[in-house]
Design a protein around this ligand. Structure first.
Ligand code: PEP
Length: 244
């Protein structure tokens, strides 16, 4: 059985509600017109999730983050996994490098968020990746291992889990690692002792400067389960080609 590659569109902090609804309508048309073998997941800004889900029930929706707090409570500004699930989120990005950088998210925080997601039947998309300095200094495998050990729960085993390898030096820069470099990291992840019992539940995706010119090549990497796409996912022409 061939599994359709996931295309995860990270809209980040872009679009108004009106623009998001109009763009989603276009995407829905693209999906209807094309016999795409890919599965699209959209990660819009959280306030849009409920409206998008009601108006476009066929779209699969993903949060871009969720709260470290799980119980209802006085946490002004936070959005829990339970609230996101009630709005229709089926997935959530967790530990995106922009959250790690601008909001000081640690691996411990990320591990807790992953547990919250699983508790509310949200599939976590755990983002890991190294900086260019770290890669050049040669310690990137240790760093990736540490990110995995501290954020991927093994008890109980989640039904489904996605790990997104997103090197920081590739996000939004136009730089893409070689296929061998990505394959090397996938091998490290899948062979990691921490993930042994999880192998069946775990899917790997790559993210960082994916566009309509390089996506096919990237999808040829062994064990790749999909792509996480930022800026190109907001361009109708790009996403049309990628879904085709
Ligand atoms: C991202 O932010 O997850 C990402 C992959 O961005 P971009 O495609 O713009 O590099």
């Amino acid at each position: 059985m061939t599994i359709s590659p996931l295309i995860i569109a990270n809209w980040k902090m872009h679009l108004t509600l009106k623009e998001a609804m109009a763009y989603a309508a276009k995407i829905e048309k693209i999906l209807e017109l094309q016999k795409s073998n890919k599965q699209l997941i959209i990660a819009p800004p959280s306030p849009f999730i409920a409206s998008l889900g009601e108006r476009f029930p066929k779209l699969q929706l993903c949060a871009q983050d969720l709260s470290i707090f799980d119980e209802d409570g006085p946490y002004t500004g936070e959005i829990s996994a339970k609230i996101l699930a009630s709005c229709g989120a089926k997935y959530s990005l967790i530990g995106h490098s922009e959250r790690r950088e601008y909001f000081d998210e640690t691996n411990v925080t990320i591990g807790k968020k992953v547990q919250n997601a699983i508790k509310h039947n949200i599939t976590p998309i755990i983002c890991i990746g190294e900086s260019l300095e770290c890669r050049q200094a040669g310690g990137f495998k240790d760093l990736l291992s540490y990110q995995i050990i501290s954020s991927v729960p093994t008890n109980p085993i989640p039904k489904e889990l996605i790990i997104a390898y997103e090197p920081l030096w590739s996000i939004g820069t136009g730089l893409v690692p070689s296929l061998d470099q990505i394959a090397e990291v996938f091998e490290l992840i899948l062979g990691h002792p921490h993930l042994k019992r999880l192998a069946k539940a775990c899917r790997l995706v790559y993210g960082g400067s994916v566009n309509s010119k390089n996506y096919q090549n990237l999808l040829s990497i062994k064990d790749i389960g999909g792509l996480l796409i930022g800026s190109a996912s907001l361009k109708e022409e790009e996403i049309t080609k990628i879904l085709n």
